[in-house]
Design a protein around this ligand. Structure first.
Ligand SMILES: [Zn+2]
Length: 170
């Protein structure tokens, strides 16, 4: 079993979001067990209230980039920015095969997502799947990487092999 560490960076959602985030982490852990990956260290951070200034609402990839460019948290861990709202058409955003060099990155260098009950766990796992190198799956509705939620949360062995090559896994 290999591990992936996460930095949960709360952007204007604060403590009230935590029970939802906690459940989403448990769901993600269950989903990733299919491909022998488990969540390792998960740390929480808050963007200070006086620095948020609209960054808690992310309308497109450019705004997601601005957010991940402005903030990062230390460690060999995926930055997961939990914001108050994203555009209607996008519950989350992530690069496909995200960087392990977060400082000075010229692309989106983390996952950006909103809370979207009851599918928050599904969205978290899907976006981390992208960061670990997976594309969207347009055909199989049962696959985690199908672009609709809720999907069947399935991961194939070949997706697992892909994810297991990411530089943040340990
Ligand atoms: Zn996707």
């Amino acid at each position: 079993m290999r591990r992936i560490d996460l930095n949960i960076i709360r952007v204007g959602v604060g403590d009230p979001a935590d029970p939802i985030i906690q459940r989403a982490l448990a769901t993600t852990n269950d989903i990733f067990a299919q491909v022998n990956i488990s969540l390792g260290q998960v740390k929480r951070f808050d963007v200070p209230a006086h620095h948020i200034a609209g960054m808690n609402v992310i309308r497109d990839k450019n705004e997601a980039f601005e957010l991940t460019k402005k903030w990062t948290a230390p460690g060999r861990a995926i930055d997961v920015f939990v914001v108050s709202a994203t555009a209607d058409w996008m519950l989350g955003a992530s690069p496909i095969g995200g960087t392990c060099q977060k400082y000075g990155c010229v692309f989106v260098s983390g996952v950006v997502m909103q809370l979207s009950e009851p599918s928050t766990g599904n969205v978290l796992a899907h976006e981390i799947g992208h960061y670990l190198g997976l594309d969207d799956d347009e055909y199989d509705k049962s696959n985690l990487m199908h672009y609709t939620v809720p999907n069947g949360k399935k991961l194939t062995q070949s997706q697992g092999r892909r994810m297991n090559t990411h530089c943040f896994l340990h």
